[in-house]
Structure formats: C-alpha cells, structure tokens
Design a protein around this ligand. Structure first.
Ligand SMILES: O=C(O)C[C@H]1C=CC(=O)O1
Length: 96
C-alpha cells in the first residue's frame, strides 16, 4: 500500500542546538534504514520549508502508523497522510 506523507518539522526555539543536531542525526539514520528496507520509497525536501514529501510502501495502516510514530522527530512534526493508488494513465511499472 502506497501513501504520500507530508511532514512539517517545528523544533522548539529553546531547544539546544546540540540536542537538535542529535535528533536530526538519529532521524536521518532511521529514515535511511527505512529506505534500505524499502518502506520509505521517496523523500523530497519542499523548497523553502523545513518539510518533506515522502512516499511510503507498507502492508497496512497499522504498519505506517507504527513507523511514523516511531520517528525520532515525530513529537515535533505535523503530518498529512494521503492514500495512493495506481493512476490508469501511468506508464511507470513501479507505480504499484
Ligand atoms: O528533515 C526532514 O524533512 C524531517 C525528517 C525526514 C527525514 C529526515 O531525515 O528528517
């Protein structure tokens, strides 16, 4: 099952820079592991925003929920989740 997930990050202004850097480091490690696992298919920065648009490939809503809520930055992100299905006009084989 494919989902588009839009994530916007808002770190507290009073968070120590070292704490923010560590959070971003562990988030990057987790995101890259999920990409290697094939769960986080695409990750794009939204120009001009501390936000991203991502595509997840998971087996259930529960799995996506577990992944998103386990992200180190989850407490500091707002998310919009959109379920996707194949477009009938698409010629891409990997759009399933
Ligand atoms: O920077 C972000 O968009 C938030 C988050 C998503 C992946 C990652 O490494 O950080």
């Amino acid at each position: 099952m494919l989902f588009q997930v839009e994530m916007e990050v808002r770190l507290p202004h009073d968070m120590a820079p070292s704490a923010a850097d560590e959070l971003k480091r562990v988030e990057r490690e987790r995101a890259q592991q999920l990409m290697r696992d094939g769960k986080w298919r695409h990750l794009w920065r939204v120009v001009g925003h501390y936000s991203n648009t991502s595509i997840f490939d998971v087996t259930s809503h529960d799995e996506l929920h577990a992944i998103l809520t386990s992200l180190p930055l989850f407490p500091f992100m707002t998310m919009k989740v959109t379920p996707l299905c194949r477009h009938p006009s698409s010629i891409r084989e990997d759009d399933t």
